[in-house]
Design a protein around this ligand. Structure first.
Ligand code: GLU
Length: 548
């Protein structure tokens, strides 16, 4: 065991260049003086070159909660794992979240409680590490990988928990001389916590999402500073969140088991505890089982997947709110006109069972959202998307503004609203039947089997004779019915069902013939509206062209 004096000597030996005291350090991060009830939260991703949808999910929780009560939402970059880091990773996070409409009050782009990137805070961590060493709450450990492996083997053999703790933590009580000698040999070392916890002691803890939980105390002498001088997640979390004045830590459930360790760290560092809310990560169903949405296996785990295809942002955020608080769906129905930001998100209402991310449901929400927009909005939003991702579509939209808005307006009013557009990418397919260059080379679908090519010709001719562009739906349909009835196609569907042999077919076949002749397609939006948008010239030219 080392004496207090020896610990102070050790601290100076390990951190000779660190002159600042913990008190001085804390003065640099004064209390924020916010009104009671305000929240200071942070989203703290690691820059791995990829923005996971879970990051949008978690940062949305942070952003919404702060906006509801006032406070500060921080973006902190946790780049302490140099092996995982990727160049440009910070921009991918900042720009990526911004594309989802999520901005921060303090971040690498500015703020008084920075730096907001951990690799620029290394001396800060050392100030606290030095303090802990001087108090006997931390110590250098020179055990190498091989020795750690031996400890693990021994623990396995004995049938006890593996890890660096208690009697197995061979460097925790080393004498100053032993440490000096190891340092003199130039051995690499890490700084470990000197845990005073007892794993057999249980305690209760209130998580803001999970509620009351029971834990065993931490007794692991975990690494605080790595041999390269970088902090571990645990150490940096306690220091950064305290200095930055964070009063609620929202993070994913994978950190939940670390709570006992974090509480011990806060205590040893002399920090006030911070509330925690552990949210479930986004999950996916596979073979009847839930698993985490995975960066490696699921293309839809990447935010790019949605941005590149042009999924509208608002319904994605709304879908997330619904995963968080299932009462969002009812609220949305009751308040169709309100922005999602009016919904009050509550941590205590979070779905504890897990956050199931279902593409089918998400696409439904997107479809509904786009169905509720005006044609002009669809035009504008898809235009903005296309400017980044589809130059051909931009050109088409630009050169045919009015026509495009008219096309997008088909089935946008009345009882039958179109729901075929899930994402901006789909807008292109809505245009296909109206543009010659898009239809070129497309095979024409076959005519109904019960209509001979001769009859097809008669139908088209008869329609052209009677067609008038100003006809409203009912006049237009009466004309089609008339042609049908003359040629033996009935509009009495019951009579047809009773004895189909009496007829050549149904009136629907007439519309189908015209649809295919006009668009090459057997499935299109409402044919009368399609004709209206095409206009007299195109309708006549197409139908005549078909006959040649
Ligand atoms: N950098 C950690 C992660 O990406 C942050 C966890 C936290 O929010 O505390 O998982």
């Amino acid at each position: 065991m080392r004496t207090n004096e020896e610990n102070i000597k050790l601290a100076n030996l390990l951190f000779p260049s660190i002159k600042k005291s913990v008190g001085e350090m804390r003065e640099e991060y004064p209390s924020r003086g916010l009104q009671g009830g305000s929240l200071v939260v942070r989203f703290a991703p690691s820059p791995t070159g990829f923005l996971h949808m879970g990051s949008v999910f978690t940062s949305l929780i942070n952003r919404r909660l702060v906006d509801q009560v006032g406070g500060v939402c921080i973006l902190r970059i946790e780049d302490t794992d140099k092996k995982r880091e990727i160049e440009g990773g910070v921009d991918i996070i900042v720009n990526g979240l911004s594309e989802f409409g999520i901005e921060f009050d303090e971040s690498v782009q500015g703020g008084k409680y920075g730096p907001y990137i951990q690799s620029e805070r290394l001396d800060i961590y050392k100030v606290f590490a030095k303090d802990l060493v001087s108090k006997g709450f931390a110590y250098p450990c020179f055990a190498n990988e091989e020795e750690l492996g031996e400890i693990r083997d021994k623990q396995t053999e004995l049938g006890v928990r593996t890890g660096y703790y208690g009697e197995f933590a061979k460097w925790r009580d080393s004498s100053l001389e032993e440490i000096e000698s190891a340092l003199g040999d130039g051995k690499e070392f890490v700084i470990r916590l000197y845990s005073t916890g007892d794993n057999s002691v249980k305690f209760e803890f209130d998580d803001e999402i999970k509620g009351r939980c029971t834990f065993a105390q931490n007794d692991m002498d975990v690494v605080l500073l790595k041999s390269d001088g970088y902090p571990t997640y645990h150490f940096a979390h306690a220091i950064d969140d305290t200095l930055m004045g964070v009063n609620l830590v929202i993070r994913t459930y994978e950190w939940f088991p670390s709570v006992p360790l974090h509480l011990e760290l806060f205590e040893k560092l002399g920090f006030e505890r911070i509330k925690y809310a552990h949210a479930s990560p986004l999950m996916k169903m596979e073979g009847g089982k839930r698993r985490k949405l995975s960066k490696r296996k699921d293309p839809e785990a990447d935010t790019r997947y949605f941005i590149e295809r042009g999924y509208p942002i608002v319904p994605i955020l709304e879908y997330f709110l619904n995963i968080m608080n299932s009462n969002f769906a009812d609220w949305r129905i009751q308040n169709p006109e309100l922005a999602y930001t009016e919904f009050e998100l509550k941590l205590e209402k979070f779905n504890r069972a897990g956050a199931l991310f279902d593409m089918v449901k998400l696409e439904d929400v997107c479809k509904e959202y786009i169905a509720g927009l005006s044609a002009k909005d669809v035009y504008d939003m898809s235009f903005r998307w296309a400017q980044k991702f589809n130059s051909e579509l931009v050109k088409r939209l630009e050169e045919n503004r009015e026509l495009c808005i008219n096309i997008l307006n088909i089935e946008r009013e009345g009882s039958k609203i179109r729901k075929d557009i899930v994402k901006w990418e789909d807008v292109n397919s809505a245009f296909e039947i109206f543009f010659e260059d898009m239809l070129e080379g497309v095979d024409c679908e076959s005519m109904p089997e019960n209509v001979s090519s001769e009859v097809v010709g008669v139908i088209v001719d008869r329609f052209l004779e009677s067609y008038s562009v100003g006809d409203d739906t009912s006049v237009w349909f009466e004309k089609i019915k008339g042609i049908g009835n003359d040629l033996g196609f009935t509009s009495d569907y019951k009579a047809y069902k009773d004895d189909p042999t009496k007829f050549k077919g149904k009136v629907g076949d007439i519309a189908m013939v015209l649809r295919i002749a006009l668009t090459k397609r057997s499935r299109t939006p409402d044919l009368h509206q399609v004709m209206q948008v095409m206009g007299k010239e195109m309708v006549e030219a197409r139908l005549r062209g078909f006959m040649i």
